[in-house]
Design a protein around this ligand. Structure first.
Ligand SMILES: CC(C)(COP(=O)(O)OP(=O)(O)OC[C@H]1O[C@@H](n2cnc3c(N)ncnc32)[C@H](O)[C@@H]1OP(=O)(O)O)[C@@H](O)C(=O)NCCC(=O)NCCS
Length: 190
């Protein structure tokens, strides 16, 4: 996608967010577990520094910057919430990506794949589809009627199609602006 900068704030890049949802568990079976040394473990109340390592290792190439700009206390409140599960995919002992499962709106029947991705060294090895299917399975819990996710046009070009193939449908689109990594101003206390 051609990069377009905000005329009022040239630090910001234009993007279009697609909002997707799934109203029933996928009909197709989950992809088989790849024949690798895999472990998916919850990072329970992870230190903010470790979380930011994950976030940057997955998102740096795709302009994931919102959480770099968030005050540490605010970020900690999210990732230490009992209803937010930071699930780390390890490949042969190495953190390869993560899925953030957000059940904070489970009372309204909704769960959200808050953040999802692999770090660049692990993309294109048939891990993404497997890990997504696993995450979707984990997001469908008793009482959940709707699973949501969003992706924007600056994410990996295969992300949207992968979500749609997994069973998500686009329910909205919105133009937005994000701050690329080289323009990020970090909060004073972090
Ligand atoms: C989106 C992401 C998870 C996909 O991971 P991946 O490693 O490419 O996933 P896979 O190798 O399992 O491939 C996924 C699908 O894309 C298809 N695919 C792989 N390479 C392809 C290519 N070159 N051209 C077209 N399709 C391709 C595969 O066939 C597979 O579908 P299938 O399993 O039904 O056959 C990964 O690119 C990523 O983490 N990106 C960075 C973060 C991001 O954008 N996150 C999502 C938005 S929040």
């Amino acid at each position: 996608m051609t990069e377009v900068f905000d005329k009022d704030d040239p630090r910001k890049l234009e993007t279009v967010i697609s909002f997707l949802e799934m109203r029933r568990p996928p009909a197709r079976p989950a992809r088989p577990v790849p024949l690798r040394k895999l472990a998916i473990m919850r990072a329970e109340k992870p230190p903010v520094g470790f979380y930011l390592y994950l976030y940057r290792s997955v998102g740096a190439a795709w302009n994931w910057t919102d959480r770099l700009m968030m005050p540490a206390k605010e970020l900690e409140a999210i990732i230490h919430d009992d209803d937010v599960e930071v699930m780390v995919l390890h490949v042969a002992g190495v953190p390869a990506g993560y899925a953030e499962l957000d059940f904070r709106n489970a009372g309204d029947g909704q769960s959200e794949l808050g953040l999802f991705g692999l770090s660049p060294d692990f993309i294109g090895q048939r891990l993404g589809g497997y890990f997504l299917d696993w995450a979707i399975g984990a997001l469908w819990r008793p009482g959940i009627e709707r699973v949501v996710v969003n992706t924007n046009t600056l994410d990996h070009p295969r992300a949207l199609a992968l979500y749609q193939k997994a069973g998500f449908e686009i329910v909205g689109r919105e133009t937005s602006w994000l701050v690329p990594e080289d323009s990020v101003e970090r909060p004073a206390e972090s």
